[in-house]
Design a protein around this ligand. Sequence first.
Ligand SMILES: [Zn+2]
Length: 119
Amino acid sequence: MHERSLAQALLTQITQVAAEYPGLVPRAATVDVGPLAGVEPLLLEFAFAEVATERGLAELELVLRQVPLGMHCDSCQQDSELYSVSFQCPKCGNHRIHITQGDGLILVHVDLVQPGDAV
Ligand SMILES: [Zn+2]
């Protein structure tokens, strides 16, 4: 299952971040999801909760943020956000653009707390 392997990869990243701060445990992780990531947010949340529980992190919360596609136009050199996949620069109409954000999952932030702290 696609979402499950993504959840496993995220949990591994989060665990690595947390490992740099001995004594703290991850409580929440913020992840940006772009329109081209091919992710069903509900399925990802479900898979994440399952994998987190398996790894002894049942308290860990996943905060998914859906972000628009970021793009840069090679013709007018402006940056834009695309809310639908048209692959055309909304500012000058040129098709010579390249996608600069939104084509994957990005772990943005991990909240770490002392074990036993109230939420
Ligand atoms: Zn343009």
